[in-house]
Design a protein around this ligand. Structure first.
Ligand SMILES: C[S@@+](CC[C@H](N)C(=O)[O-])C[C@H]1O[C@@H](n2cnc3c(N)ncnc32)[C@H](O)[C@@H]1O
Length: 413
C-alpha cells in the first residue's frame, strides 16, 4: 500500500503517452484478471500514478480494468509525492511489463519487487505480487524461480534464449532435485567413495551390491560381434577381451536382473549396442525402462570403424546407444541425438575406447552434481572420466581385466 494522500480524477482527463519503446504488455487477460480482483476487493487497492500533467506513469492495467468496469473516476497519486522506495517499487512493477526489456531483466525486476515487498510488509506472498503486477499466481511463481536461478548464476538458465525455455529448464531441474531427494531418503546407505575403478566381474558383483542405487548407468558392454576377429579389432594396440554373443547376452541379463538393486527409481541409462541386435536389445530393455527408439548416434568423423566385408559393403563409421529412463527422469538440457567426433582420438588406447568429447555431448543431458554414475564394463574408463570432470557426485567403473582397470585408474587420477 502506498503512503500519502490519494486524489480522484475523471478517467477521461488522464493522458496516456504512446511510446512504442516502452509500451507495456497490457493484455486482455491481464485486464480481465485485474477487473476481477478489483471487484473482489471492493475497489482499487493501489492507486494509479500520474505526473503533474496528468500523464499516466504507472497503472495502465488498473486504468484499463476500471474503464472496463465502467468507472468514470479513479483514485491516483502524484509521482512526486511518493517516497524513493515507493518510486522504485513502481519502476520495478512497470519494468515487469515493459516490452522492450529482455526476459532476464523483467524477471529480475519481478524478483526485486517481490523481495522489497516481503522485507517491508508484515505479510506479503507470491499471490500479493501476482495481484500487484496482474499475472497469475503460477506465472509469478515460475518467473520468481527463474529469476532466483539467474541470480544464483545458473549458467544453463542464463543462456536460455527466451523465458519459456528458462522456465522449462528450471522446472526440469526442480523435478530432478525432488526425485534425487526422494531417492536419497529411500536409501539408507550413503554414497561410497566418490571416484573409483574396481577390478571385478560385473556378473559376480551386481547380485551382491547393496549400496546406494545409481541414477545414471553408462553401459558399454562387449557388443557380442566377435570384434577381435574384425580388421579393426585385430589391430587393437592394447589387449583383447572376449566379445562373443553369449558374453553380451549374459551381461545384459545381469543388468536387467539387478535393475532394482542398481538403479534409483528415477534414473537414466545410456546403453551402447550393435545394430545386429537392435530389436532383441530394445525388447529386453523395454521390460525395465522407457526406451527412446531413436538411438543416440556417434558418427566417427575420421571415418574409422569396422569394415565387415570390403567387397560387399561399407565401413561402419557410426555407433549407436539407446537412451533409457526409469521413473520419467527429466534431462538437464536437450542436445542433438547425433554427434560427430573422431574414433581414433584415444586417451588411453583401449581397443573400444569411446571418444570423450562425444560422451560429454550426450552427458550434458544427464550429468550434474547429483549424479551417481556406474559404468559396469568401463574399459579405459572414458565415461567415468567425463562424468567426473562434469562434476558428478560419484563415479564407479567396473572392469574385469586387471590391465585395463589399472590403465583406467591411472587415467582417472
Ligand atoms: C566395449 S568395452 C568398453 C569400452 C569403454 N566404454 C571405453 O570407452 O574404454 C567392454 C569392456 O568390458 C570389459 N568386460 C567384459 N566382461 C566384463 C565383465 N563381466 N565385468 C566387467 N568388465 C567386463 C572388457 O574387458 C572391456 O574392456
Amino acid at each position: 500500500m502506498l503512503s500519502g494522500e490519494f486524489s480522484s480524477i475523471n478517467i477521461e482527463d488522464i493522458y496516456i503517452k504512446r511510446d512504442d519503446r516502452i509500451r507495456k504488455e497490457v493484455t486482455p487477460e491481464s485486464i480481465d484478471s485485474m477487473a476481477e480482483s478489483i471487484t473482489r476487493c471492493g475497489g482499487l487497492i493501489h492507486p494509479i500514478i500520474l505526473d503533474r500533467e496528468h500523464t499516466l506513469v504507472a497503472g495502465e492495467t488498473r486504468l484499463s480494468a476500471c474503464k472496463q468496469l465502467g468507472w468514470d473516476r479513479i483514485s491516483f497519486q502524484y509521482l512526486d509525492t511518493l517516497s524513493e522506495r515507493e518510486q522504485l517499487l513502481i519502476e520495478l512493477e512497470e519494468n515487469v511489463r515493459r516490452k522492450d526489456l529482455d526476459w532476464k531483466d523483467k524477471c529480475d525486476a519481478l524478483l526485486k519487487f517481490h523481495n522489497m515487498q516481503v522485507e517491508s510488509e508484515d505479510v506479503w506472498t507470491v499471490s500479493d505480487t501476482a495481484k500487484a503486477v496482474g499475472y497469475s499466481v503460477s506465472a509469478t511463481s515460475e518467473q520468481l524461480s527463474v529469476a532466483r536461478a539467474v541470480v544464483a548464476g545458473n549458467s544453463l538458465v542464463m543462456a536460455a534464449p527466451k523465458l519459456s525455455t528458462a522456465k522449462a529448464i528450471v522446472s526440469r531441474q526442480n523435478e530432478r532435485e525432488a526425485s534425487d531427494m526422494a531417492n536419497a531418503i529411500s536409501t539408507t546407505a550413503g554414497p561410497k567413495k566418490s571416484n573409483e575403478i574396481l577390478t571385478v566381474d560385473f556378473n559376480l558383483w551386481a547380485p551382491s551390491y547393496s549400496g546406494t542405487p545409481f541414477n545414471f548407468v553408462h553401459a558399454d558392454l562387449p557388443y557380442g560381434i566377435n570384434f577381435q576377429s574384425t580388421s579393426q579389432g585385430a589391430v587393437a594396440e592394447h589387449g583383447e577381451y572376449n566379445d562373443s554373443e553369449d558374453v553380451y547376452w549374459k551381461l545384459l541379463g545381469t543388468l536387467l536382473d539387478n535393475t532394482d538393486r542398481l538403479f534409483a527409481e528415477s534414473s537414466h541409462l545410456i546403453f551402447w549396442f550393435s545394430l545386429n541386435f537392435y530389436q532383441q536389445t530394445l525388447d529386453k530393455l523395454k521390460t525395465k525402462f522407457k526406451v527412446d527408439p531413436y538411438p543416440l548416434i556417434w558418427f566417427k568423423s575420421d571415418n574409422t570403424g569396422i569394415l565387415p566385408d570390403f567387397n560387399r559393403g561399407p565401413r561402419r563409421v557410426y555407433e549407436t546407444a539407446f537412451f533409457c529412463s526409469r521413473g520419467d527422469r527429466k534431462i538437464i538440457q536437450a542436445v542433438g541425438n547425433a554427434v560427430a567426433a573422431p574414433g581414433g582420438d584415444k586417451v588411453v588406447g583401449h581397443a573400444s575406447e569411446k571418444n570423450e568429447a562425444m560422451l560429454g555431448h550426450f552427458f550434458r543431458m544427464i550429468v550434474d552434481s547429483n549424479t551417481r554414475m556406474l559404468d559396469p564394463t568401463c574399459g579405459s574408463g572414458s565415461a567415468v572420466r567425463v562424468a567426473k570432470r562434469m562434476g558428478a557426485q560419484s563415479v564407479l567403473g567396473l572392469e574385469r581385466d586387471e590391465k585395463f582397470a589399472e590403465d583406467a585408474r591411472r587415467a582417472l587420477g
